[in-house]
Design a protein around this ligand. Structure first.
Ligand code: NAP
Ligand code: SF4
Length: 689
């Protein structure tokens, strides 16, 4: 089969019959009338930050790898239809002939790789980070400092017209379609829900009036692009904000959008300002597929589901259970461009898993940095970080099988080096093994499993239970020291008491704690330990029903927007989480996930206190220095989570002997260490050996 537009084959190199039998629903083509998609996998929209930097060859390389990896249809990051709708000043759009030429590089590269690509048209409305932002009503959002201008009739007409123009230009730029972003609380959603729309004219009030905007946009976009062009409408099925849409309204809209010309409906869940996590790692896998299922059979066009679908098995199950016609995955394609190809070839266990951490993708976006991926540092760096075969294979010793050492070993092996990986412990994974026991961080199991598979398949010699000495490392061409960290000694008087533990005792050795626990240190690990100690039984992340109760997610037929009062379970222990800095604990956690950790602990009754000193630990608890003088915090157990220091003994010993060594991960710098930096450093070093 060939693509009608590009004449290129539409069958991915990896699409082999074996995979089709493993994932019959996922790998089945989807007939859209004028065009057939090669499978049911949509690579969902993700902002990468590359488009704004003007390096379109790099953008093209990023998307082309995903097309070659088998994605059925790619949707770009959001492109503004006009400047007032841009997410931030200077955000990418399709405004000029130059823009069209740039986008054409991208569409051509995708077509050449056998894929198809649609451009998302994203109008941010009051979420736009700029003083010119516009909306249905003059109501500021809680996540932006700017008060939007309420559009008048002419202003609304301009926005509609700009959507149609953007779609027309997208077609000219070679796209196979567009996605009109109507969910997540953006511009169109701001007309649909009473949460923002307080208008009394023909664009507000009744639902018929409120949905006039998306219907008009869809009609005009369809008229602009003709029949043989894909138009996806991203419909908000659950607003998850007060005064959200009712289910009968959502259904009315879905049918109206089909009537107005949409080819596919994609699912959107939750406004950005919603206080319910929708994609974070603690959200159960496929947690919202049941909502999309409610739409199945209600419209005659294909329906796509999304959110926290990250393996071919989950995607296949969602389709097999009739929850949707197609599955959208965005972040999994950052983690592994070959997601579909590997699934189709029966190599699903080789797919680098998206663990839902947001650390290198969304957190980067919000910090104005280029998105990449914690498990795949090549994501968005396709033109500059490559693991080419080494001209001269070397013998490489890697000491420490934590994230830094594992990644260094894998990349070195992939490049043809002969790698021996030493690990003192009886298992690989290092600190990942502590992360994976935290309720809500179950995805880390998948990451350790993936490393295990890849180490085995890469032909790396793994020496577990082996503490490498300087002598053992004689004779290797290259030595990489990734020995990690040790807990920092906070030197608090009384810390030697039997009731004083550290995070390793609790998370790795399973040490028992009393009912009242003081956790000292409120970094990522202090938060993790507090989460761990307040849970009992199985994690809600593994039970969609329990998780929905905990966060207050209802059936939209029972509550507008699907929002009800949360019912968090009783905490297993009474935990106080402390830090010395006089700032809100958790302030430095991930931009897009810190609030979830804080909310989760608050719901479990954890007291979080900053601005205290630790005068002494006694049998009764911790004597705190506070502004009001010394205070006794009673606790049965005290857990030290007071940071970490590099473990450099081996590196120092080797260097003392005059050996050249590469030190990476926590052994290099422990401050602000996380798996993202460790993996990135390991990959980049090994790419140069
Ligand atoms: P961290 O983030 O550096 O936090 C260390 C904590 O100990 C801070 O709260 C610090 O606050 C306190 N502290 C530092 N020196 C101290 C001293 N001498 N005496 C008493 N308290 C002291 O380190 P971490 O929690 O060990 O985490 C290590 C790394 O793993 C972090 O970089 C983190 O990002 C990563 N991690 C991330 C997550 C996540 O959720 N994203 C989860 C786990 C781990 P004060 O100095 O104000 O008391
Ligand atoms: Fe997934 Fe984390 Fe990678 Fe983002 S950084 S794509 S959430 S693994």
């Amino acid at each position: 089969m060939t693509s009608a537009r590009s004449g290129q084959p539409v069958t991915a190199p990896g699409e082999v019959p074996q995979g089709a039998s493993l994932y019959p629903h996922l790998l089945a083509p989807l007939d859209l009338g004028h065009v057939s998609l090669r499978n049911r996998v949509l690579m969902g929209s993700m902002h990468t930050g590359l488009e704004e930097r003007g390096d379109w060859d790099r953008v093209a390389a990023y998307y082309a790898e995903r097309a070659a990896g088998g994605a059925g249809l790619i949707v770009t990051g959001g492109m503004a239809p006009n400047t007032e709708g841009a997410v931030f000043p200077g955000a990418a759009g399709l405004f000029s002939e130059d823009d069209i030429a740039n986008h054409r590089k991208m569409t051509q590269a995708v077509h050449d790789a056998g894929g198809r690509i649609a451009m998302q048209i994203l109008h941010a409305g009051r979420y736009a980070y700029g003083k010119d932002c516009v909306s249905s009503s003059q109501i500021k959002s809680p996540i932006s400092p700017f008060v939007p201008r309420e559009l008048d009739e002419a202003g609304i007409e301009k926005q509609i017209s700009d959507f149609a123009t953007a779609a027309e230009r997208a077609r000219e730029a070679g796209y196979d379609g567009v996605e009109v972003m109507g969910s997540e609380g953006y511009f169109i959603n701001q007309f649909l829900a009473l949460h923002v729309n307080r208008r009394e004219d023909r664009w507000g009030g009744t639902y018929e009036n409120r949905m006039r905007l998306p219907v008009e946009i869809m009609k005009r976009v369809r008229a602009a692009v003709g029949d043989d062009f894909i138009i996806i409408y991203r419909i908000s099925l659950l607003d998850l904000v007060p005064d959200g849409q009712r289910w009968d309204e959502v259904l009315t809209l879905a049918r109206a959008m089909e009537e107005a010309g949409a080819s596919i409906l994609n699912t959107g869940i939750g406004w950005h300002e919603a206080r319910i996590p929708t994609i974070a790692t603690s959200v159960p896998r496929a947690a919202f597929a049941w909502v999309t299922k409610k739409l199945m059979g209600q419209v005659g066009i294909p329906v796509i589901t999304s959110n926290r679908i990250n393996t071919p098995d989950v995607a296949e199950a969602v389709l097999a259970e009739g929850c949707a016609d197609m599955v959208s995955m965005a972040r999994p394609f950052l983690a592994d461009a070959e997601f579909v190809k590997k699934a189709a070839e029966g190599r699903a266990e080789e797919i680098a898993p998206c663990i839902g951490c947001n650390q290198a993708c969304l957190d980067h976006t919000f910090a104005g940095k280029i998105s990449t991926c914690l498990v795949n540092p090549r994501a968005c760096y396709e033109t500059e970080l490559n693991y080419a075969l080494a001209a001269a294979p070397k013998s490489v010793a890697v000491v420490g099988a934590g994230p830094a050492g594992l990644m260094a070993a894998l990349v070195a092996a992939q490049r043809g080096h002969e790698v021996v990986l030493f690990e003192r412990d009886g298992q690989i994974g290092g600190q990942l093994n502590m992360a994976r026991v935290i309720p809500g961080k179950e995805e880390f199991h998948g990451l350790v499993d993936w490393f295990e598979t890849m180490v085995a398949r890469a032909g790396i010699t793994l020496r577990l239970n082996t503490e490498a000495s300087a002598e053992m490392l004689e004779g290797f061409d290259e030595v990489i020291v990734a020995t990690g960290v040790v807990p920092r000694d906070p030197q608090i008087p009384g810390q030697d008491g039997a009731h004083v533990l550290n995070y390793i005792d609790v998370l790795k050795r399973g040490a028992k704690t009393g009912r009242r626990v003081a956790v000292l240190g409120a970094g990522g690990i202090g938060f993790d330990v507090s989460e761990y100690l307040t849970h009992e039984g199985e994690s809600p992340t593994l039970h969609v029903g329990e998780w929905r109760r905990e966060w207050g997610v209802a059936d939209p037929e029972d509550a507008p927007g699907g929002l009800v009062a949360p019912q968090p379970p009783a905490a297993a222990r009474e935990v106080t989480l402390l830090q010395r800095k006089a700032e809100r604990p958790g302030k430095r956690l991930g931009k897009t996930t810190g609030w979830i950790h804080r909310a989760s602990l608050a719901a479990r009754g954890v007291t979080m206190r900053g601005g205290v000193g630790y005068r002494e630990i006694t049998r009764e608890g911790v004597v705190l220095d506070t502004d009001e003088g010394p205070q006794m915090l009673e606790a049965d157990t005290v857990v030290l989570c007071t940071g970490q220091e590099p473990l450099r003994a081996l590196a120092d010993a080797l260097q003392a002997k005059g050996r050249r060594v590469h030190v990476i991960g926590g052994a290099d710098v422990a401050a602000e260490l996380d798996a993202k930096r460790a993996i990135d450093q390991g990959a980049r070093l090994a790419a140069t050996l």
